[in-house]
Design a protein. Structure first.
Length: 555
């Protein structure tokens, strides 16, 4: 069996070439003393890569940057990577242009890796827990939960692509006053249905779904048609809404490895154990009948109450206990996706974890926050879903525009920026629709290849020497950026970076399509161009897969 070809990462190869030149030009320096770093110029006219090491080394070597740059270039070993000798610009920047063979090598790399192109082993299968959505089981998922689901799921996919062992977790807040209000709301609808006088609870839930839950309860428990068994109503309502939320998430192509119940923190005495541990560590004190945590020891602006004078815990205490379980379960890294309105609790949870003195690192867990969503239709804001009562549900958007558009729109902006979801735009089949624009690029390539009708395998061995136009160079450069784009998005916990990349790649494909012909009489040029767009289709598909969005072949 022949050995599979080894494909070269041009950026790393150029860095190695210059690192070797550094030791030749300046033998006193080693890789431990100075590491050559390669950058991508903002202006593509300046070349494929740039090195500013000459400027960084000037003080260390006591030489002028341009003299250092000259010495580095003179010491470069012969290489088929470079089109010609690098150029010195400005005070000592070195601009590098790749040979056509080196530039187009990425096309064969894409064919070799196929659906794995862009994957990395950098995570080394280390465990990471991503917690997201974590909605109260008190109603249907709203659009904010939907954005959390899209962001959290895409982060999980990104980390998986970077080689992490990812676990997805949903934390159910199934304890507390909100759950009690849910039970009382269903009870009120049961009594209303039975013709019994009742007062609807203050802060209760008014959506039509409460009547649905009451109807199902009455069918399942006919002996309690007037809702006298509040505990049974509570259990039924929570189970009903958990199932509904699960169905919505399934329709959104989001799954979890574990559902963690807040109630278990109390039933297993984990909250009490956490508080006792903090008291034993002398990180608490009593004042005004309440128990306080010394959060100012960990950078908070003031100490925070843990246990109120009535004996109940403040909301961040079970959060600390929950995150302790993450650490104890072996997750040295944890990421939590939350709405921006939770920002105030982050410092308290981290302070509580530090005060536990269990070896939890500072800054644990990582947080990714998302901002609010404004839903628009016909130029006007949509605020109410009849079924939910006072908010737009995730299911509303999925039913209106489909899963792909909903996911893409939730991802395409930076998480901590506010998002306007224009339903009319998301439904439109035009270049203005961001998800349509990217998916159409993939479908357009499939259409060209179908018109050609040849053997796809011949394109994977095509000669790429004819790819000399600027459009082709722009497209090839963009393809080569894909693995680093995924790495950057995963490092920054910023899935929108992938959406931005795909929009740019689609734009380059559409520009190429409008500027050049593909089904030509020139066989070599035809196969080279078809080979390039076939590779582009693979990268578009891989990128959309990371976002949880389909790559249709026809539109």
């Amino acid at each position: 069996m022949s050995k599979p070809p080894t494909f070269i990462d041009n950026k790393s190869a150029v860095a190695a070439l210059f690192q070797q030149a550094l030791t030749v030009a300046f033998p006193a320096l080693s890789a431990d003393d100075f590491k050559i770093e390669i950058e991508k110029p903002k202006n593509p006219d300046h070349g494929h890569f740039a090195v500013n090491s000459a400027l960084q080394l000037a003080k260390k070597l006591g030489k002028k940057p341009r003299d250092i740059a000259d010495a580095l270039i003179a010491a470069l070993a012969p290489s088929d990577l470079l089109l010609h000798a690098p150029e010195i610009a400005g005070p000592g920047f070195i601009n590098i242009r790749l040979s056509l063979a080196a530039e187009t090598r990425v096309i064969k790399n894409i064919f070799f890796s196929a659906e794995s192109f862009g994957r990395s082993t950098e995570g080394a299968q280390k465990k990471v827990l991503v917690e997201f959505v974590s909605a109260n089981p008190t109603g249907p998922l709203h659009v904010g939960h939907g954005r959390a689901a899209a962001i959290g799921d895409t982060l999980s996919r990104l980390l998986d692509w970077q080689g992490w062992d990812v676990s997805r977790e949903f934390y159910y807040n199934d304890a507390g006053a909100q759950i009690n209000n849910l039970a009382l709301s269903v009870q009120a609808r049961l009594r209303e249905k039975a013709g019994v006088d009742c007062v609807f609870p203050e802060g209760g839930y008014h959506g039509d779904y409460i009547r649905e839950i009451a109807d199902r309860y009455a069918e399942k428990f006919p002996h309690d048609a007037i809702g006298g068994e509040l505990d049974a109503i509570r259990a039924h309502a929570v189970a009903y809404l958990r199932n509904e939320q699960d169905l919505d998430l399934k329709a959104f192509d989001v799954t979890f490895d574990r559902y963690y119940l807040e109630s278990s923190l109390y039933s297993e005495n984990l909250v009490d154990k956490t508080v006792s541990h903090l008291i034993a560590n002398e990180k608490t004190y009593e004042q005004d009948g309440a128990l306080w945590l010394k959060t100012t020891d960990y950078g908070d602006d003031k100490d925070r109450v843990m246990r109120k004078s009535d004996g109940s815990f403040t909301y961040f205490v079970p959060d600390v206990a929950y995150h302790v379980t993450k650490w104890e379960r072996g997750f040295a890294r944890a990421i939590v996706e939350l709405g921006a309105d939770h920002h105030g609790s982050l410092a308290r949870v981290r302070a509580g974890l530090q005060a536990m003195q269990m070896g939890v690192p500072e800054g644990y867990p990582d947080y990714v926050l998302h901002q609010m969503i404004t839903v628009m239709r016909g130029g006007e804001e949509v605020k109410i879903s009849k079924r939910a009562g006072d908010y737009v549900t995730l299911r509303d958007l999925i039913d209106e525009v489909g899963r792909d558009a909903t996911r893409y729109f939730f991802i395409m902006r930076k998480s901590d920026s506010q998002l306007t979801f224009d339903i009319d735009l998301a439904r439109s089949k035009s270049e203005e629709n961001p998800v349509y624009y990217v998916q159409y690029a993939h479908a357009r390539i499939c259409s060209v290849l179908a018109q050609w009708g040849g053997d796809i395998s011949t394109l994977k061995s095509a000669d790429h020497a004819p790819l000399t136009s600027r459009y082709e160079s722009d497209l090839v450069r963009a393809l080569a950026d894909f693995p680093e784009t995924l790495k950057h998005a995963a490092t920054e916990l910023a899935p929108h970076i992938v959406a931005v990349y795909l929009a740019d790649l689609a734009a380059k494909l559409h520009t190429y399509y409008n500027a050049e012909r593909f089904l030509l009489d020139d066989e070599k040029l035809k196969l080279a161009r078809l080979s390039l767009i076939l590779a582009t289709a693979q990268v578009l598909k891989n990128g959309l897969t990371v976002l949880g969005v389909s790559a249709p072949e026809k539109m």
